[in-house]
Structures are given as C-alpha cells and as structure tokens.
Design a protein around this ligand. Sequence first.
Ligand SMILES: *Cc1c(COP(=O)(O)O)cnc(C)c1O
Length: 338
Amino acid sequence: MMTVDLRSDTVTKPTPGMLEAMWSAKVGDDVFGEDETVSELEQKTAAIFGMEAGLFCPSGTMTNQIAIKCFTQPLDELIADQTAHVYRYEGGGIAFNSGASTRLLDGYRGIITAEMIEPEINAENIHYPHTSLVVLENTVNKGGGSCYTLADIKPIAALCEVKGLKLHLDGARVFNALTHTGDKAADYGKYFNGISVCLSKGLGAPVGSVLLADASTIKYARRIRKVLGGGWRQAGFLAAAGIYALDHHVERLKIDHAHATILGEELSKLSWVSHVMPVETNIVLFDTVESAGIVLARLAAQGIKASDTAKHRIRFVTHLDVHADQIEHVVKVLKSLE
Ligand SMILES: *Cc1c(COP(=O)(O)O)cnc(C)c1O
C-alpha cells in the first residue's frame, strides 16, 4: 500500500544529494569557532536575509527562545498573536527562560496589524510590565500557512521603531511565505531585529535553525545558546545539510504549494468536509462533519497519516517527500470517503 505522511513538513528524510554533502563536510570544533561549515551556513543565511550575523542552533524553539532572551529583560512583556508558536508550543519557555510575560492579540489567521498592536503597548507606569518586543510568525502555522507580505510588515516595523520595541520574526516557514508573496528575502533584514529560519521544515534538512540578527546580538545569543547546552562541536555535518537545503530546496517549495492547493480544492468539494481554510502555502486546515479522530482512522487505514488540531479539524502539510503520485492517491482516498 502507498503511504503518505502529511503530519508535518518536519518528517522529511535527507535526500541522497544532501547526505553526500553531509559526508563530505569540513568540520571543526564550533565551540572554539573552528567549524568552517557552520560559519559558512551562518554567513550564507544572514546574507540571504540582509542581516549581519547568524547562529546555528538545533531547533527553531531554541532560536526563538534565544531571540526573546536577547530582546527582553525580566519583567518585560512581548506582544504576539494568540496562536503564536513561541507562546503555545515552546513549553512556556518565554516565562522560564526570559522571565517575561506575553500579551496576546486576536489576529486574523494569526496575522496581526500595527493598529492592533499599538493600543497594547504599555505606557510607562510602575503597575505595568514594560513592553519591549513584538513577535510575528510567517507563515502562521496555526493560521493554516497564512502569510504576511512585506507591505503588512512595514507599518509594524515602523511602529516598533517609534515605540522603541524590538521586532522578531519566527520564520520557521519564511521561505514558504516568500514563495507565496514574491517578496525578497534580502528586504527582510531592514525590518526585523531578529529572524529565526528553520532548515528542518519545508527545506528538508534533518535538524537545525539559524537565528539572524546584528553582530552584537549574535555575540550575546552565542552565550545564551551555550547556557542552554547548545554549544555543539562538529555541527558542520548538520550545517552542510542546511547549506544544501538553501541551495537546492527553496525553488521547489512551489511544488508543495501546488500540491496543497490541489488538496484544498478537492476537499472543498466533499460533503464530509464542512470548511476548508484558504490555502496559501503548504498547510491545509479543514473541518470535518464527523470527529477528526474518526476521519484520521479512515485515512490511516488507506496509508495516509495526518494530524488533528481540534476536535473537528485536520491538518495536511505537504513537503519534499510527498510526490505527485502520492497526492493523486490522497485525492482518490478523500473522494472514496464520500
Ligand atoms: C516548527 C516551528 C518552530 C520550531 O520548531 P522546532 O521543532 O523547535 O524546530 C517554530 N515556529 C513555528 C511556527 C514552527 O512551525
């Protein structure tokens, strides 16, 4: 039976070309600053986004948490949408690592605006936590892969500048956003103080994320990474996978988006599906008439793995290891459940 894993774009395995790049990586002890492949990945990623410096970390959770630590002091507050990964899926790390609180906004599919943020910035008052940071997510995971355009980001960056707030981007899927919007990665550096870029989502590297910022922030971030136990030695083998992913797996993201669009269109024709969120990138969120658990069991019986995000909501994520023939198979199975 054909199997298709639509649970997440984290499930990809390294391609033969990527493994080749990993085997042949030049490595050294990165804690001594001697791993040239790690340095190359950090510099390459920074250059792509027009930022000064980078820090290679094991996960997007770590890059986000380090950024929050760099951009806040204990007793500060950050502003984010209520669906934000940094708040919901990083284990309460904002309070634990940074001693900061979080002000949550109710955006549209996770997208917030300068108009929504401005009234939530606390005035200088001994009663109030000091607002110091805004965190955006692009694409928004919980928003079904929804995107900010640069035109959406600019007024937020301008507000942060005026109010003296830092602006961090959780860009776990930033290349998916860029693929959809057509914005240029190099323009992002002007608007964000920090950017997290995941290599292990749609880009298909086995592990790793890069935090981007200015050189002095990255110098401090390197200390924080060490404190968290993230000083990794010959990490160049993993960085090589990241470099390969940046060189070979960005262009192809449009294939994942096309696959997700097909799934979204087919789902919206089915009577057992009550609603499909608009598909912008590689995530399809849809609501089911029956419980999600029942539908997932039927899909699993046909070799299709997916996940539920609410009692009646299922998520499909397309990626590198889902090919056109597998999408055809999924469409056939979806129709057979009518
Ligand atoms: C996956 C993800 C992260 C980072 O997750 P890790 O598993 O820690 O690499 C961060 N933000 C968003 C929106 C994500 O989807």
